[in-house]
Write a protein that binds this ligand. Structure first.
Ligand SMILES: O=C(O)CCC(=O)C(=O)O
Ligand SMILES: [Fe+2]
Length: 776
């Protein structure tokens, strides 16, 4: 016997209690119920005579449609006449209300709600006219659907086809009665081409103005069953693979709704179809079980194993529909889905009280349930990946689904904190200010399991300052460490100096020193992006250190610590750059890092760290001449500094050393016109590289024809390319083995001339800017 998880039982109970309601309904009404006058035409008779229909077309304008923010006309998409609103006057005989009540009934809208219809447009379709598949935009927050009234007229074709969850229903008008079709705004629909006669319609926006969220009176047994499911869900630990941490009960439950909602349209009072009843039940059960329930939007991605099927079977999974958020995507091949391989769900937005927040929170599978599977809904995008060897034959499908998120009240703070750490920090400070220090610490302790990930996922820089202040306010060393640990050093700026000093005062300099080291990271795995961010931060170091230094003993100690750490990172980075094989890449890296070198030296000068300055200068002066690029970049970056900073930062010493190196380099005579020798940089010493080195070194040999098997040719290619040597290598594909043809190129001379010109320019600049460089 298989026991269903509590969350799946809950979804089944909700689905059973509120079965899916219709997404569209059609009603018929007598033509006598309506009186229509149009300026310039007079009273319109029913069925509408051909003569009057033609007149209506004449005064009509091509109807427009929305695409994103734009309103367009394009007769390939929408081809129909719209009669200007101001010319139209409509009078319903008696009341429209009974009609709307019947609509409510048909769409499963809870009794007691106030549905109103707001006239939107009058349309006339003549032969051949149509409107392709689209979704109506919700023009008003309260809008939940559309009502289309088709006037009696003689016509064929022009069916209104409304689709929901893969099912199409075609509605036709008649020549004797009014046809009223209502549908929810998440239904895609189209008007098929009129094949004869005229089709005349009014469209109305359906607005739900009364709260329908409390309307359901649920039976107690049902609510108790739901509350039991919630309780079980929140007390049963999730099984985790062995060794993957502790088994804890889920922190939340995400119940996915069936209809689509826009961020603006999502509200308890405007849920569509069965969603309204289910939400009402779940909300009451949550309340009974001591839980919070909020409305949310999610992004769902599912990956299915799939295979292409012939046109005769399988489903069409995707229609290139037109809607407000239009898509031109072509249909992926027809596919049969087999098995769900993986799914991921992210909460993107929720509304707590009256506060709607954009969030980005990944939700575990064990926290999600639904009465309707995503695969049975319309995906907003899908992509088929054919067989690709070790992957592929998969279908990815993406959905945006609304959801109700439930959590136990005592985990309220943790749930909200995970989605918005900045809110959590503000809230903690507020609690301390309100005098609840202990409560604030207890709440803060609940974020421990996810805090690192939450901070990193939420763009930490924006709330680093708040985190510093919160840590001080909570006054608990372990909590302070936990709250602050996940931040990166790049968050730290001038504006945090006072908070940082305060923190040191609270928990001690040594404690802060360790924390700051954590912010620096281990420096081992620097991706390009983070390297750039680190360099940018180091550029701010002189100002930051100066401010800290003038802020008492702990400020001074912290500033020294920062410069030490920055130098630790920078020294490594310079060494790595020097070891780079590719010359071009090496020079670029060294030049980039020069600015950081200048910043570290300036910071050292600002805080009077002469020992560190000497250490840095000595390190640089001890490197080979490749380091000149880095020195020059650092010196240029410090060029604008006052003489005192240049002296205290060791720049004068660097400049002098650099000038000596440049002069030495320039003193070697330029390459003779007939000297074709090329030094092979150190590296592999195999027998092939030996032969290569001999050829390269020989000043008289320009070409070498070298019969070599494939693997060996490859090795020689690689060696030449890696060192960017001015040598062309080609394979002549005759004989056995093929022949590798090496030719030394003119670039040998061009590059060296270029390097010389650069050295000359550097030396001129140095002599102009740095006195000692000239005198040396
Ligand atoms: O004419 C109709 O039946 C429907 C027109 C429509 O879909 C629209 O105006 O958005
Ligand atoms: Fe429409």
């Amino acid at each position: 016997m298989v026991f269903a998880a509590a969350r799946d039982r809950l979804a089944d109970v909700l689905g059973g209690a509120e079965p899916p309601a219709a997404s569209s309904v059609q009603l018929k009404a007598s033509a006598d119920a309506l009186r229509l006058e149009v300026d310039g035409i007079g009273r319109v008779e029913f069925p509408v005579p051909e003569e009057q229909a033609r007149e209506l077309c004449r005064i009509g304008q091509p109807a427009r449609f929305g695409r994103g923010e734009e309103t367009l006309t394009d007769s390939r998409i929408r081809d129909t006449w719209e009669v200007p609103k101001n010319l139209v006057s409509i009078e319903w005989d008696g009341d429209f209300v009974p009609v709307l009540d019947a609509v409510c009934d048909g769409l499963g809208i809870q009794p007691g709600c106030d549905l109103t219809a707001e006239f939107h447009s009058m349309l006339v379709y003549e032969e051949g006219q149509f409107f392709v598949t689209h979704q109506d935009s919700e023009k008003d927050d309260a809008m939940i659907g559309t009502l289309v009234v088709t006037l009696p007229s003689v016509h064929t074709g022009g069916e209104l086809v409304v689709e929901h969850n893969g099912e199409d229903i075609a509605y036709s008008g008649t020549d004797s009665a009014l046809s009223l079709v209502a549908f929810y705004s998440d239904c895609r629909h189209e008007v098929l081409p009129v094949t004869s006669g005229y089709r005349i319609t009014f469209t109305y926006n359906l607005l739900l103005t009364e709260d329908n969220s409390g309307a359901i009176t649920a039976d107690d047994a049902l609510l108790s069953e739901l509350a039991r499911c919630l309780d079980e869900h929140f007390t049963t630990p999730v099984t985790v693979p062995y060794g993957r941490g502790e088994a804890n009960p889920p922190g939340r439950l995400v119940y996915l709704l069936d209809h689509e909602y826009t961020a603006r349209g999502l509200a308890w009072s405007r849920l569509k179809g069965a969603d309204a009843g289910r939400a009402s039940l779940l909300r009451s059960a949550a309340d009974k079980g001591g839980c919070e329930a909020v409305l949310a939007l999610t992004d769902v991605q599912e990956t299915w194993s799939a295979f292409e099927s012939g046109p005769d079977y399988g489903y069409r999974y995707f229609d290139g529909d037109l809607d407000d958020g239009w898509d031109d995507e072509s249909d992926p091949d027809e596919c049969e889905l087999q098995e769900l391989i993986e799914s991921s769900i992210k909460l993107t937005r929720w509304t707590i009280g009256s506060r709607a927040e954009g969030i980005s929170l990944a939700v575990a599978d064990a926290e999600v349930c639904a009465s309707t599977r995503s695969v049975d809904l319309k995906a907003y995008a899908s992509e088929y990946e054919g067989y690709m060897g070790n992957y592929g034959n998969t279908m990815d499908r993406w959905y945006r689904r609304a959801a109700i998120v439930v959590w136990p009240r005592d985990r309220d703070f943790a749930n909200r904190a995970e989605a918005s750490p900045d809110w959590a920090l503000d809230e903690l400070i507020a609690r301390v200010r309100a005098g609840d220090q202990a409560g604030a610490c207890a709440a803060a302790a609940t974020v421990r399991p996810f805090w690192d990930a939450a901070v990193r996922a939420n763009g930490q820089a924006g709330f680093f300052g708040t985190a510093l202040r919160t840590a001080t306010a909570l006054d608990d060393v372990e909590i302070a460490e936990m709250l602050l640990r996940p931040f990166r050093i790049e968050c730290l700026s001038l504006s945090h100096v006072a908070s940082l000093v305060m923190l040191a005062g609270h928990f001690g300099e040594q404690w802060l020193g360790e924390l700051v080291s954590t912010w620096f990271g281990d420096g081992k795995s620097w991706l390009y992006g983070s390297k750039q961010a680190r360099s940018e931060w180091i550029a701010s170091l002189p100002g930051l250190c100066a401010a800290l230094h003038s802020n008492g003993n702990s400020g001074a100690a912290t500033s020294r610590h920062l410069v030490d750490l920055a130098w630790g990172w920078l020294g490594n980075t310079i060494q790595q750059a020097l070891a780079t094989q590719s010359l071009r890449y090496r020079d670029k890296e060294l030049s980039d890092v020069g600015e950081s070198l200048a910043a570290v030296l300036m910071a050292a000068a600002k805080i009077g760290a002469a020992d560190l300055r000497d250490q840095v200068v000595e390190f640089v002066c001890h490197q080979g001449d490749e380091v000149i690029v880095c020195m020059m970049s650092a010196l240029r970056s410090a060029g604008a500094q006052p003489a005192e900073t240049r002296r205290d930062g060791g720049f004068d010493t660097l400049a002098a050393d650099c000038a000596i190196r440049l002069k030495q380099r320039l003193a070697t005579p330029p390459r003779a016109d007939d000297d074709w020798s090329i030094p092979l940089p150190d590296g592999c010493g195999c027998e092939l590289c030996d032969t290569l080195g001999t050829f390269l070194n020989d000043p008289t040999r320009r070409t070498y024809e070298w019969p070599l098997a494939k693997q060996r040719r490859r090795h020689v290619h690689d060696r030449i390319d890696a060192s960017e040597l001015p040598v062309r290598h080609q394979t002549r594909r005759t004989g056995r083995p093929y022949t590798l043809v090496l030719v030394k190129t003119q670039a040998l001379f061009e590059r060296e001339a270029q390097d010389r010109r650069r050295d000359e320019a550097d030396l001129r600049w140095l002599s102009g800017e740095f006195e000692r460089a000239d005198g040396a």
